[in-house]
Design a protein. Sequence first.
Length: 170
Amino acid sequence: MEEVYLLLGSNLGDRAVLLKQALSLIRVRAGRVRSSSSVYETEPWDASPELPFLNIAVCIETAHEPMHLISVLLDIESELGRERDGSFNAPRTIDIDILLFGNRMIDEPALQVPHPRMHLRRFVLLPLDEIAHAVVHPVLGKTVGQLLNTCIDKLAVDIYKPLKSIAPDQ
């Protein structure tokens, strides 16, 4: 079993319901959810006029190998209405990114781990810091907490008060 950190995000449709549905499907198909962060509302990265995202970080324990896990996660996205048109940062019903996969470093066309831009984005680091403050980035050699403290991204990332959390497996 391997510890894997994911980031879930949604900015189309009923964002909170989509996050709950994605987390439920992850529990069934990908692995046991060990912990999840608070739910955050975040400005879109590219400052477009689209709705803000809801984001959560999740730690799962999985027996899947990385390429199989990404396939499972992409299937979940598709099932929840995610349409990929090739555009970067497009609005989406659900987005599930693998941030860290144990201490592995993966560089495949379909999967780069650690996520290549996670250290640049507060909307990733703030929720991840809640559940993985002392986890060390295997390439940068810094903890998630250190990466958050040095992140220069200034986009708004705030606790989403209508839905503060989505409970992990009991």
